[in-house]
Design a protein. Structure first.
Length: 360
């Protein structure tokens, strides 16, 4: 038996207002005055000077606003990398992602592709990255995905939705300032928060679980239950706790895996462009068979926060489209194996997946 040796985020600052320390955190990492820091920022903040005025720009540093309306694509990563290479003579001092999972994943992927040849799609998979990425910093503005702590960056490529999973993917520095999450709209708060909850259930109920994963998963799960079911948390407490739940949820899956909801949600996202958080909710809502207790509590949370999920999203799909979703989903072997064990193919047939999708 050989145990995997995982990297972790080596530096993290936590606290309300800690975003103000970004300048002093970055200064020693500047390679020279011609090597800029590039800030990839969710364009939802474009007119939000409360946030943007505090981004510590110097010399040739640049902000690139990116829309999070769609999930990151390999092509988009390649274009960003090319534009950075064309614009600057020097390799940047660092890439700083400010936003949700979309922006965090883009920042990770761009930092990897600045030092690795070819296209981002060549690196979708496990441990394909050859060279260390450039210095990269993650600053979440919405909590739940665990992208701030994970060793993957999930990208949609020409033929698959799959992460660049590698030892070079995790951030070198993370800034956890829950104040940055105060403007998140309610529905989005729920969807991305449920991503964390679902990470916990899938990790804790999975066959890959070990004590390392369980300790993080238990912690994240109890935080989620407090945040989404208790009434006595203050707004600040709730924001801070969700930020830490996301972190622990992400840590829990480092050593295990996600499961059925993620495997099916990737299919929805690939074919219909349905985003990760809401897609997971739509799928998880139908998974009593696999996660009875987890789904029961999920439905309580959904009702408590008056969340109404879209229905009938697959009802008009033809067989070919359903097949595409099923192919994407079945391709995620480690997820199925974690969820149901080595013999998962006995339970999960194409017919079974089709029937489940048609309920969504
Ligand atoms: P997101 O980044 O897609 O953002 C969701 C929405 O919230 C966007 O409209 C965005 O503009 C908005 N938003 C973000 N912060 C805001 C703020 N402070 N105020 C107002 N609006 C704000 O959402 P997400 O759910 O965090 O990320 C989803 C992405 O993360 C997917 O692409 C998914 O594949 C990826 N993901 C990655 C990992 C990983 O480990 N790398 C894990 C899970 C999910
Ligand atoms: Zn997820």
């Amino acid at each position: 038996m050989s145990y995997k040796n995982f990297p972790m985020v080596p530096r993290v600052v936590f606290g309300r207002g800690s975003f103000n320390q970004l300048g002093e955190i970055l200064a020693p990492k500047r390679l020279n005055i011609n090597a800029p820091f590039i800030f990839l920022v969710d364009d939802v903040f474009k007119s939000d000077s409360w946030l943007t005025s505090r981004i510590p720009l110097a010399y040739n540093d640049q902000i690139i606003f990116v829309s999070a309306a769609e999930e990151p694509k390999t092509e988009q990563v390649d274009e960003l990398v090319e534009s950075i290479i064309l614009k600057f003579n020097e390799r940047p001092s660092g890439i700083i992602g400010i936003g949700g999972g979309t922006l965090l994943d883009l920042a990770k992927a761009v930092s990897i592709m600045l030092t690795n040849k070819g296209k981002a799609q060549d690196y979708q998979g496990w441990d394909l990255v050859k060279n260390k990425a450039i210095y990269h910093v993650g600053i979440p503005t919405i909590s739940g995905t665990g992208a701030e702590v994970s060793r993957t960056t999930v990208l949609t490529g020409p033929d698959k939705k799959l992460g660049i999973n590698s030892d070079f993917t995790p951030f070198d520095q993370v800034v956890l300032d829950s104040e940055l999450t105060q403007s998140v709209p309610k529905n989005q708060w729920f969807y991305t928060g449920m991503d964390c909850y679902i990470h916990c259930i899938e990790s804790l109920e999975g066959t890959y679980l070990n004590t390392f994963s369980q300790s993080y998963g238990d912690m994240a799960l109890s935080l989620c239950e407090e945040i989404f079911l208790d009434d006595d948390l203050s707004v600040t407490e709730s924001q801070e706790k969700l930020m830490m739940a996301s972190w622990h949820g992400g840590m829990s899956i480092v050593y295990s895996q996600v499961g059925v909801a993620h495997a099916m949600s990737y299919g929805l996202s690939y074919l219909l462009g349905i985003k990760h958080g809401i897609g997971n909710c739509i799928v998880f809502d139908q998974l009593e068979e696999f996660y009875p207790e987890g789904v029961k509590v999920f439905k309580e949370m959904k009702a408590k926060h008056n969340i109404v999920l879209p229905q009938g999203i697959c009802s008009k799909l033809n067989d070919q489209e359903l097949d595409t979703m099923i192919d994407i989903s079945l391709g995620l072997v480690p997820l199925w194996e974690n969820a149901l064990g080595k013999n998962w193919k006995r339970t999960i047939t194409r017919k079974k997946l089709k029937a489940l999708y048609l309920r969504m």
